[in-house]
Design a protein around this ligand. Structure first.
Ligand code: WTA
Length: 652
């Protein structure tokens, strides 16, 4: 069936940075004809270099690539200092707290706050270039100061999402060998205080590489202070000088690590470096959101995810924009909250996840009509495929059928957008990420032949040339870096970056993303490795075996479905209590984001004779589909019928 197509708003397109598909094509052609010239030109124009680079791209040691070698810069000066001449009194960050409290932080304020923070880390905590600093923070401006302060002194930050448990935090601290943790006592959610510091305390119990903990006092609740380790930010910051010389960094010096889930084992520390990352963060802000000087832009992500890194902090600030940071919950006190904020702050670009759109649609279908949303120009979505009903509501009721929807496809590893509409140029189709951005050579390939797939055929979405904001490594694990991304697909005999996502082209050449091809599930736009959830569940002493799969979920996109084999001698009396106990283990090991939507106790799992669990079968059963796969290769084919019966009769 042919999808509906929506042309860009003519009035908007007139002033857009990329005004039509001819301009898009010209940029894409320029990149194809002279790849290094294309990127080198933008890098010269956009980055405030301390020393210019001498070489654009070195891919001789692919997949270990180097961009803009010889160049020296500092990402915090790119985001702050260079704006002071023209924008010192412009709002850099507009903060809205959970309870409606507001703060406007100008570029000059940001400069002072970041410098003070940088001095604190350097002088009081002895943080040096290359040291790792874990940030476990709520959505408050100090989180952004912390990131930029690290960038200023050359420390590598690793943000851990505030919803992760102490065990998950501990693993990430240890893997990165972090010396310092920056946290807060807690923050507010739905009008009530919640706590973070106790989670940090638990993560640091026992042997730890962490020497110092900095605590921002946000909610003033009582916390335990460990003498000689824990310090109050609010106290120490008062004594810091307001200037701090930025560390001169090489283009390829690491900027941050961000742990993300893979299909196997522990989360991996995705490493991004300085120049290439900040260049693409800035360019995509300009092209995809087309933010203008007087605009106010709001991305609802959490800074604990890559979207928060690139599109709340680094991208908007690098281009000198005004970025809104929101501590609260978008459905609190009611599902009109975001629209009230759009009206009050006169938001021009609004960027959120399909899960949020589905929740807002379901809980407050008519809420947008109550507010003046005429300031909106561009609406964005990210993190998971968006279904056409949610897309349509967003387009018509929020965007008044006049705003472009940019369905931005990208990943932690890509640093910034990869496949996305351009709001002034691309005719859009619901649920379709459309075309690779200029300079990005992304193709849907057949994994066997390495050739581009034909229209309508499924294939693997690959990026066939290195791009500036590409992942530079998995922290401490070169082998895993190669294996995770560069071993599945070859084009013309050469390895290429494989995203892990399936995709296809339609008759107009549009790319539609169909979802992960590996054992990664996408719950409310959060990436979750099935292996990680399984490892957590296995820590429960009654569990003998477990297999976790994704199952379509009306709101979350995908939910977590667990098949559990209990130990024969564990003597379970109450299955409901057992599920509660299992969820408790998940809460402890990972956090609430990994709680199971369905748990079914089964007598065995479908395994091949070599012991491999056939997840495809389990996925089909979870979806309630008929089993059409060949099950004759299973060690015990009768187990399939037993599992189907268990699922059908499960009341949990
Ligand atoms: C999925 C989030 C469909 C995809 C920025 C990818 C999407 C994973 C889209 C990355 C989209 C992201 N349409 N699927 N517009 N955007 N994804 O690393 O499966 O948290 O591989 O980065 O989200 O998730 P991550």
């Amino acid at each position: 069936m042919k999808k509906e197509i929506f042309k860009p708003n003519r009035g908007f397109a007139k002033d857009a940075r990329i005004k039509n598909m001819c301009e898009y094509q010209a940029l894409q052609d320029a990149a194809t004809e002279d790849y290094e010239g294309f990127w080198g030109g933008y890098a010269k124009e956009k980055i405030d270099w301390v020393t210019p680079f001498t070489n654009v791209l070195d891919e001789s040691n692919f997949p270990f690539v180097k961009w803009f070698e010889g160049g020296k810069l500092n990402v915090s000066t790119q985001c702050i200092d260079r704006h002071l001449d023209t924008r010192k009194n412009k709002a850099a960050i507009i903060f809205e707290g959970d309870r409606g409290d507001k703060q406007i932080i100008t570029y000059l304020d940001l400069y002072y706050n970041v410098n003070r923070f940088a001095n604190l880390l350097k002088n009081e905590f002895d943080v040096k270039k290359g040291d790792r600093v874990v940030i476990y923070m709520p959505m408050i401006p100090e989180a952004a100061y912390a990131m930029l302060a690290c960038a200023r002194i050359g420390a590598i930050h690793s943000i851990v999402f505030g919803g992760f448990s102490s065990e998950a935090l501990k693993d990430r601290i240890e893997d990165a060998e972090a010396k310092v943790v920056i946290t807060a006592d807690g923050a507010y959610r739905k009008d009530k205080p919640y706590m973070l510091k106790p989670v940090v305390d638990e993560a640091l119990s026992g042997k730890t590489p962490v020497k110092k903990v900095l605590v921002v006092e946000r909610n003033g609740e009582d916390v335990t202070w460990v003498a000689g380790r824990d310090y109050s930010y609010n106290e120490l910051i008062k004594h810091q000088r307001v200037t701090c010389e930025p560390e001169v960094m090489d283009s390829e010096d690491p900027l941050f690590l961000l742990y993300t889930s893979g299909s196997t084992g522990q989360p991996k520390g995705v490493q991004h470096n300085s120049a290439g990352y900040i260049l693409w963060a800035q360019m995509t802000m300009e092209w995809v959101f087309d933010v203008k000087e007087n605009d106010t832009y709001w991305c609802t992500a959490d800074i604990g995810w890559i979207t928060g890194h690139t599109y709340i902090v680094y991208g908007p600030l690098a281009m000198g924009a005004t970025t809104v940071m929101f501590e609260g919950v978008i459905t609190h006190p009611d599902a009109g909250r975001p629209w009230r904020m759009v009206e009050e702050h006169r938001i021009n670009q609004f960027y959120t996840a399909p899960t949020a759109i589905r929740v807002l649609h379901k809980m407050g279908e008519h809420e947008p009509a109550k507010y003046d949303l005429s300031s909106l120009k561009v609406l964005g979505t990210v993190g998971e495929p968006i279904d056409p009903p949610a897309w349509k509501w967003y387009y018509e009721k929020v965007g008044g059928s006049r705003c472009a929807i940019v369905d931005t496809y990208w990943q932690t590893e890509t640093g910034g957008h990869i496949v996305s509409p351009l709001p002034g140029a691309t005719p859009i189709k619901p649920g379709c990420a459309t075309f690779p951005l200029p300079g990005i050579i992304a193709e849907v390939l057949d994994p066997q032949s390495g050739k581009k797939v034909e229209v309508g055929e499924s294939g693997y979405l690959c990026i066939t040339r290195p791009w500036p904001s590409m992942i530079r490594g998995v922290w401490g694990d070169e082998k895993r870096y190669k294996k995770s991304y560069f071993e599945d697909v070859k084009k013309e005999g050469k390895p290429v970056y494989f995203t892990g996502d399936g995709a296809h082209y339609d008759e107009d050449g549009y790319i539609t993303i169909t979802g992960r091809t590996d054992d990664v599930i996408n719950v409310s736009g959060h990436r979750m490795g099935t292996a990680e959830v399984e490892a957590a569940i296995k820590k429960h002493s009654n569990v003998a075996e477990v297999a976790v799969v994704g199952k379509p979920h009306e709101i979350k996109g995908e939910g977590i479905f667990a098949y559990i084999v209990l130990k024969s001698d564990c003597g379970i009396a109450d299955e409901i209590e057992e599920v509660k106990a299992i969820n408790k283990v998940i809460q402890r090991e990972i956090g609430n984001i990994a709680l199971c939507d369905d748990v079914v106790f089964v007598s065995g799992l479908p395994k091949t004779r070599s012991g491999k669990i056939m997840r495809r079968i389990l996925r089909s059963i979870a979806k309630g589909q008929e089993i059409t796969q060949d099950i004759s290769t299973l060690e015990d084919p009768s187990i399939v019928a037993t599992i189907v019966t268990a699922v059908r009769s499960c009341k949990l």
